[in-house]
Design a protein around this ligand. Structure first.
Ligand code: PDD
Length: 281
């Protein structure tokens, strides 16, 4: 039985209970984070927590929350993941329990803080080396997707549409621009230059996206942050997604058409290698 964290306590998952009046349950009034740990070491935790703090500030959930780094460490340990090759810690904070109203509760309310840890496995080299497929789906999300809100219905429906169409992942498109995936950022490679959407309100500012941009710069690969029209993306030499549970994820088919030569390209290979090396350094 997994041990989870709920409001200051570590307890078996089936004993962790949240009120039906939790504003997360009723209104999706909260934010979340997913942080990876490699061989028990949390990777870029401070950046994940900084993004979480920005989200909490945007939602005006103001109460300072417990010692989150220690909580992450302890959850890994309690679940036997202190030495695991890869694991993730999921953390969710909602505004708390209060009678349902659209405006904030009248009095002060304790936020609900919930977290769990679990082992995570990347695709093996053979599977990764065959690449993955993406399906374009209209981006029907709100205008502040830089906030890592727990309201993920458009992401869920987009990913489901992609899977039902036989693809591995959704590529969200808005006003003719390839924005990002349903749970990952997207990059195109054009003549050796790595391009991705700017960190605006229209994408989640992925910690892996930022990491891959750093790795590309360090490797002397050209980098551009600009909106990429879908028509141009269809002509990319390579496409790959990035994310905590995605790492570097090469797309070799987009809407049934091959991407570039239809095989995993050299830039994705190089960046994946650097990505994994960096997590173990
Ligand atoms: N998803 N874009 C979206 C819409 C995401 O949901 C995510 C992460 C990313 C990548 O962000 P990062 O590199 O910081 O993981 C981009 C998480 C993992 C999830 O929902 O499970």
């Amino acid at each position: 039985m997994a041990t989870v964290f709920l409001n200051g306590n570590y307890l078996p998952a089936d004993e962790a209970k949240v009120s039906v009046n939790d504003r997360g349950f009723l209104l999706a009034d909260g934010v979340y984070e997913v942080t990876p740990a490699y061989r028990g070491r949390l990777f870029r935790l401070e950046r994940h927590l900084a993004r979480l703090r920005r989200g909490l500030a945007a939602l005006r959930i103001e109460r300072a929350v417990d010692d989150l780094p220690a909580m992450h460490e302890r959850l890994l340990a309690e679940n036997g993941l202190a030495d695991a090759e890869m694991a993730i810690v999921y953390l969710q904070i909602t505004r708390g329990v209060a009678p349902r109203t659209h405006q904030f509760p009248a009095g002060p309310v304790e936020p609900t803080v919930y977290a769990f840890a679990k082992a995570f496995q990347r695709p093996d080299d053979e599977r990764w080396g065959r690449g993955f497929s993406a399906r374009t789906v209209p981006d029907q999300r709100w205008g502040r997707v830089d906030i890592k809100s727990i309201a993920l219905l458009p992401n869920v429906l987009a990913q489901q549409a992609a899977v039902e169409a036989g693809a591995d992942v959704a590529l969200l498109v808005r006003d003719g621009i390839a924005i990002e995936g349903a749970h990952a950022n997207v990059f195109g490679v054009f003549d050796g230059v790595v391009c991705t959407h700017p960190a605006s309100h229209q994408i989640l500012h992925g910690i892996s996206r930022e990491y891959v941009l750093e790795l590309a710069r360090e490797a002397g690969i050209g980098v551009e942050e600009r909106p990429i029209p879908l028509d141009e993306m269809r002509r990319a030499d390579e496409i790959f997604f990035t994310g905590t549970t995605t790492e570097v994820y090469p797309i070799v088919r987009l809407d049934e058409a091959p991407v570039g030569k239809g095989v995993v390209g050299p830039v994705a290979r190089r960046l994946r290698e650097a990505f994994i090396a960096g997590t173990l350094a």
